[in-house]
Design a protein. Structure first.
Length: 211
């Protein structure tokens, strides 16, 4: 008989590869479009990759690796100069396409000195980023959430940060059967399984009757 299989704790490498497998070939939300103000650099970490976002002079949002290829300094700590991004470690400057356009102290610019860029598309009030190869990004693959674009739709902008594995968050958000119980005093009051009487809210969460 073989020995029983031991439980393994996923290594950081396994988690990294898993995230890439799930998210690399699809669009994911980087944030609300309104979060990415012009004239500022915005750092994000998506599937364990540090990214930096900035708007070009025409308003187009671009995303690239938040790491200078020279000495790996965070580009999000740099500054924007006429639609380009300058690393504030040694002053190397990059264009919106990721290619180096200036190396202080020398005239020759190595062709290999460039930053990886990603396809970014703004749609339905969100900024979507394709984490795979940019030439494979198909805008038709962006999920239809046009509900956000309807006139009269009031949106409350914000975000929630979780100190938990993303699988646990997905499990919670996709499991609608818990709403009638866990959220019984709020939006889940009228959502109960068949045959189960709706819970009666008490205390601060109880609805008030007006007769």
């Amino acid at each position: 008989m073989g020995s029983p299989r031991s439980e393994r704790v996923p290594s950081k490498l396994h988690v990294f590869l898993e995230l890439h497998y799930v998210f690399e070939e699809r669009f994911v939300v980087a944030g609300w479009s309104t979060e990415f103000e012009a004239g500022k650099l915005h750092a994000r970490t998506i599937i364990n990759q540090p990214l930096v976002f900035m708007r070009k002079e025409d308003g187009t949002l671009i995303g690239m690796t938040d790491r200078c290829p020279h000495r790996w300094a965070p580009l999000s700590m740099g500054r924007i100069e006429s639609g380009t991004l300058r690393c504030m470690y040694h002053g190397v400057r990059f264009g919106a396409d990721g290619r180096c356009v200036e190396v202080p102290g020398q005239e020759k610019i190595p062709s290999a000195l460039k930053v990886r860029t990603f396809a970014v598309i703004e749609r339905h009030k969100w900024a979507w980023i394709w984490m795979g190869e940019a030439n494979k990004a198909d805008p038709a693959l962006i999920p239809d959430v046009s509900l956000l674009d309807r006139e009269g739709m009031h949106m409350s902008y914000g975000q929630l940060d979780y100190e938990a594995n993303y699988n646990l968050i997905n499990d919670n958000l996709l499991d609608l059967s818990h709403i009638g119980f866990v959220h019984a005093k709020t939006f889940g009051r009228s959502v109960t399984p068949n045959g189960v009487p709706p819970p009666t809210p008490t205390g601060a969460g109880a609805p008030r009757r007006f007769e």
